[in-house]
Ligand binder design. Structure first.
Ligand SMILES: [Zn+2]
Length: 229
């Protein structure tokens, strides 16, 4: 197994959450969420248009800490992404590291994925047809950097082009209406094993507070980093 280069020298990805971007107590979801009339899911007590995405799904409110040029500042919280920046990159297919344009050719946008566990031998494109990802695409420069420095990718990665990148759904926290009338978090939710709630599941998704946008990749070709240079 290759070893990741020190993160201290790594560009902090645009989508990475920074210290100082924690929600305040007033912004804690349980303090703000109420049920929609007709029990049609959750809403904020005071909601604005920016609280929902293009498909009408409610998103977590987390403040952003940006400099004058709109770049995030503050020490990275490596394991977490900022919902607003992740959504922007995924929706507009921007590079998740620099926020600039992701690499694109006739074969599609450039995505990186972890190599599937337990698979030996040649990776074939069919293995990644329908791959669901919350990791936005990358530009050619940052593809090179990510595979050398991002620990899950250093362990094994595949460089994909996807001709079709349909918006699929969201990752987030699921809520329910408690008999007391309060909106409560569904217990036992585990971030690491979370599956995307698809947009087509209208009943389920209206009870989700989204934190990441997920695309489903099809029309896959496997490429290598040498091709990008
Ligand atoms: Zn980039």
């Amino acid at each position: 197994m290759a070893e990741a280069l020190p993160r201290s020298r790594m560009t902090i990805p645009y989508i990475t959450l920074r210290h100082g971007e924690e929600p305040s107590e007033e912004l804690a979801p349980t303090a703000q969420l109420v049920v929609r009339p007709g029990r049609l899911g959750i809403r904020y007590l005071w909601e604005s248009r920016e609280d929902r995405d293009v498909r009408g799904v409610l998103w977590a409110r987390i403040p952003q800490q940006l400099d004058r040029d709109g770049r995030p500042v503050g020490a990275p919280r490596w394991a977490y992404v900022h919902p607003v920046r992740q959504r922007r990159c995924m929706l507009l297919q921007r590079c998740q590291v620099c926020g600039g344009r992701a690499d694109r050719t006739d074969a599609g946008y450039l995505y990186l994925a972890q190599a599937p566990e337990g698979v030996t031998g040649l990776l074939r494109p069919e293995m990644f047809e329908g791959h669901e990802t919350a990791q936005p695409p990358v530009c050619a420069v940052h593809a090179q950097e990510a595979v050398k420095r991002c620990p899950p990718l250093v362990e094994g990665h595949v460089v994909l082009r996807a001709a079709e990148t349909r918006l699929h759904g969201v990752l987030g926290t699921r809520y329910f209406l408690h008999s007391s009338g309060a909106v409560m978090e569904v217990p036992g939710q585990d971030d690491t094993s979370a599956e995307a709630v698809p947009y087509r599941d209208a009943e389920a998704i209206r009870w989700v507070l989204a934190t990441s946008l997920v695309r489903k990749l099809r029309g896959i070709t496997i490429t290598d980093l040498g091709e990008l240079l």
